[in-house]
Ligand binder design. Structure first.
Ligand code: NAP
Length: 354
């Protein structure tokens, strides 16, 4: 490597290069009590790994669920949260041949991203275009790939179709709405009334998810039913979502965030979705569903993840996708960011800038 390849200094002025600052989640409960700052040594990369200087890390609903002991796959407390990040490679470990110091990359380690430095496997990284804002890019990682894959890999949609997006003002929902509108779909989007203007601005037709007789309201707007429903709420509402489908339509269930469960009951909210998925699968095999089907979705890293994220970065660079940023926080603002998500007060993605 020549000196011309060496990136701009990646350490903020006045901070020691070998110091790592991070956020830890120490237990379940209030964010103000259990989300705290910590300090340690900068990690050194093991075989196949790189160390990244984090530019931006996402705050996601997963952390809200981990704090409420309602996430299905949480690390043991205490741990450093942070599902996804954008940053620059500052060191490569033995055996890393395809990544260089200075490259701008994205990753979805699922935890560990709320830190100045993070060690992660090189093979999972995706290149981030220099022109993209770090916060906008981070908003596209977990949420964007989730939206893209549900729309283009699971639901069989064609331009002109009508789809229903629950929570169209949320992180995933707002990206899903933009992608669907870009694909030529008509989007019915549920949201609380305070977010209707924002949802309308994305190109969707908003209505309140608390409206009584939701399935009839949708039937009135789409008498043949909708081609796909994207549902992150789960519970009994899945029956409404299923009933809204047109023949051949797809219900995508991508979480069960329905309220009313106690900390630790992480599996119970998912039981209604699992039951219905199996029941509809059997009914479909017997030819009883008019071609309708139900799928459960969970985002995971891999080849498709990398390819789809690269597509999303391109769409954002072209101005097709505009990820909404709710707020940018320093690392010590992590508890406030989680509190804002917990209370559903904001539109868009909360991002930490370590
Ligand atoms: N399966 C996966 O791989 C995957 C990946 C990413 C995210 N997720 C899940 O996706 C969900 C959304 O994540 P996010 O980051 O977009 O969260 P978010 O920004 O907090 O958005 C959640 C949205 O849900 C809406 N909502 C609340 N109650 C609702 C109801 N009863 N019916 C319909 N909508 C309702 C909220 O609308 P108002 O604010 O207007 O009330 C809000 O816009 C979370 O459950 C998350 O865990 C799953």
């Amino acid at each position: 490597m020549t000196t011309a390849d060496v990136p701009e200094p990646v350490t903020p002025p006045g901070t020691a290069d070998d110091t790592n600052i991070f956020v830890r989640m120490t237990g379940g409960g209030d964010p103000e009590r259990h989300i705290v700052l910590g300090e340690g040594a900068r990690p050194t990369p093991g075989r196949g790994n790189v160390v990244i200087r984090v530019e931006a890390a996402g705050v996601s609903y997963a952390e809200v669920q981990m704090l409420g002991r309602l996430h299905p796959f949480p690390p043991a407390f205490p741990f450093v949260p942070g599902y996804d990040l954008v940053g620059r490679v500052v060191e490569t470990g033995p055996g890393v041949t395809d990544r260089r110091v200075g490259e701008r990359v994205a990753a979805m380690p699922r935890h560990g991203a709320w830190a100045r430095y993070l060690e992660t496997p090189a093979r999972t990284l995706v290149t981030v275009p220099e022109e993209l804002d770090a916060a906008a890019a981070v908003a596209l990682i977990t949420n964007g790939v989730t939206a893209w894959q549900m729309l283009h890999r699971l639901a069989r949609v064609r331009p002109g179709d009508t789809v229903l997006v629950h929570g169209a003002g949320g992180g995933v929902g707002s990206l899903l709405t933009q992608l669907a509108v870009h694909h030529g779909l008509r989007v019915l989007g549920t949201a609380s009334p305070a977010k209707h203007d924002a949802v309308r601005a994305l190109g969707a037709e908003p209505f309140d998810y608390r409206t009584p007789g939701l399935r009839d309201v949708v039937r009135k707007r789409a008498p043949e039913g909708v081609r796909a429903v994207f549902d992150h709420v789960g519970g009994r509402g899945l029956d409404d979502s299923w009933a809204m489908l047109a023949s051949g339509g797809t219900l995508v269930s991508y979480d069960s965030s329905v309220a009313g469960y106690e900390p630790g009951q992480w599996f119970r909210p998912h039981v209604p979705a699992l039951r219905r998925t199996v029941r509809h699968w059997v009914a479909r095999r017997l030819g009883l569903t008019r071609g309708r089907r139900m799928s459960m979705y969970y985002v995971k890293p891999g080849e498709r993840f990398g390819a789809d994220l690269a597509t999303l970065f391109r769409l954002a660079a072209e101005g097709v996708l505009r990820p909404e940023i709710a707020a940018r926080h320093p690392l010590d603002g992590a508890a406030a960011a989680v509190r804002a998500l917990l209370e559903g007060r904001t539109v868009g993605k909360h991002v930490l800038l370590p």
